[in-house]
Ligand binder design. Sequence first.
Ligand SMILES: [Cu+2]
Length: 370
Amino acid sequence: MKTLIKLIAVAAALGLSPASAFAQNTQPAPVAESLVADSQAAPAQPEEASPDQAAVNPEEPSDATVAESTYASNIMPEPGVGQPDGRMGLQDQYTGIGEEAAWFHDVILMPVIAAISILVLFLMVWVVVRYRRRANPEPSRTTHNTMIEVIWTLVPVIILVIIAVPSIRLLANQYSPPEADLTVKVMGNQWYWTYQYPDHGDFEVVSNMLSEEDAKARGEPRLLAVDNRMVVPAGATVKLIVTSNDVIHAFAVPAFWSKIDAVPGRLNETWFKVDRPGVYYGQCSELCGARHAYMPIAVEVVPPAQFAAWVASQGGTMPGAAPAPVTASDAIDDTSATETPQIPEPTLVNATGPAVPVEQAATVNPTEAE
Ligand SMILES: [Cu+2]
């Protein structure tokens, strides 16, 4: 029984935690604008910014411009879809997991929390009024009431069991994804994202935030628009391998109910499947330095044919059309073919891909850049 209650408590805690994804993604306060200027002039973490690093930092919040941006299409973001719109509550969900989780939050958790809060408030007010000294000069000497004690033990247990069923089901669904149609390797950097497509020729997309003017020119929300979006096909199960180049970041797209830490030296995995083409925004959700607020995420979901065209435009190849990958046999010298066959040493291919050639932001190590 104890184990069950523990399990329930853990599941409830886990089930509740994604709700915080929204809190981090509400529209930043206007004060953030002045912070851009401030953080350029006087970095919030002076001890981190050596003179060399400061020289690397661009003057503008981002050196990305609309002219440099590559989009898979002219898909424009829609108000209220995949971005905050000032509402109180969760963003509309566009994945199956997101819909299930939002239902759990809206239909189960919030009513239960509200009912318990109202009940406790009512009981407290009732006790204060009914049993105040003036109305109750002769205090009761009651110390036990078996019936009430059974009720206040059993009712919470029943409530927790009721919550546990959808909570554990959601947890299980989140951790048993369908087979992936493609993999995107997401890399956090101070302070931008890179997306690698290992299934499509391993090309890489560097994603920088657009300046406010450029975002406005594109008709996109400020502090969320980027020059190069992560592009994925609609209806495909996308496996995300998430890691970081420097410090801990977190990849979070509230409309997908996706949120996972990007930890240096560690590969975290999550997934999403979105059927509806569109643009969905997210933000880094782990405090990662002075410009943590300026490394947004934009995911563009496009029809599969358009995705293939975009892959081609990035110099990638669709699986199937791909040339033979580098294998151990490539390492054998042709002249050795006539000699005794030998099992060659496997050519070690760095599965995580080459180091990201960064020329912006603080991730650039000045000593390595020389
Ligand atoms: Cu970050």
